[in-house]
Design a protein around this ligand. Structure first.
Ligand SMILES: *Cc1c(COP(=O)(O)O)cnc(C)c1O
Length: 228
């Protein structure tokens, strides 16, 4: 067992607990998604031993390699990277939640592949709240129309929203981005009459503010596994 990983796990969990307490939230509402991208499969198994059950990966090829041996009982894999439509078929056998639904063409292609497999998929809609040009995700203005498209596909179960904040943003920007995702979630729940419990927001550098703003899934890579 890598001592760094177990030390990091203890530290992150403590920081999550403190951030949750400050926000008057129950830490058990917050899932730490262990972002294992670029790290080898053995480290995922170590993290599993330490109690982590949700893993975040961003490349289909890497997922296929790491999951050649099935993940241990009860482990789940969240896809957090951009997905090309021609990779959907390769991804579906391994993924539990696709966090990066961001465009109509992807929804259409998912519908087709899920129909072939006769299966369902949990998805989150990725929203570019910060408005940065190079970030993926649907625009805030386009979010309601895209959710409507997701809801036309019976095989897709939307569970919530995901966003990425700009790197090195100051606290007020982070609050605006994370608070903006929550507000949008509340609006979409209301206007579409659905439940969207998941708010996937916050990474190693900004999860405390994300928790203060209502995050339910923080995606932690470096903070657990070290530098990439
Ligand atoms: C890599 C990645 C993370 C984890 O980032 P860290 O800074 O290593 O915690 C979270 N979310 C997404 C979408 C990522 O690509």
């Amino acid at each position: 067992m890598s001592t760094d990983l177990s030390k990091n796990a203890i530290r992150i969990r403590e920081e999550v607990r403190i951030a949750a307490e400050k926000a008057n939230r129950d830490p058990s509402e917050i899932t730490i998604v262990a972002v294992s991208k670029t790290f080898e499969r053995a480290l995922m198994d170590e993290a599993y031993q330490l109690g982590f059950r949700v893993f975040g990966e961003s490349r289909v090829q890497e997922i296929r390699q790491k999951c050649e041996q099935p993940l241990p009982e009860g482990a789940a894999l969240n896809m957090i990277g951009p997905l090309q439509t021609n990779k959907i078929r390769q991804l579906l056998p391994y993924v539990n939640v696709l966090e990066t639904v961001d465009r109509p063409r992807l929804i259409e292609a998912l519908a087709k592949q899920l129909e072939n497999l006769q299966s369902m998929l949990d998805v989150m809609m990725q929203v570019n709240i910060s408005g940065e040009g190079q970030k993926s995700g649907v625009s805030q203005e386009g979010a309601s129309a895209l959710m409507k498209e997701i809801l036309t596909v019976e095989r897709l179960r939307p569970t919530g929203l995901m966003t990425m904040a700009p790197y090195d943003a100051d606290e007020s920007t982070l609050r605006r981005v994370f608070g903006g995702l929550k507000t949008l979630r509340d609006q979409l729940q209301e206007s579409h009459g659905i439940a969207l419990p998941a708010l996937s927001m916050g990474m190693s550098g900004d999860f405390e503010i994300a928790i203060a703003e209502g995050s339910t899934h923080i995606r932690i890579g470096r903070g657990l596994f070290g530098r990439r």
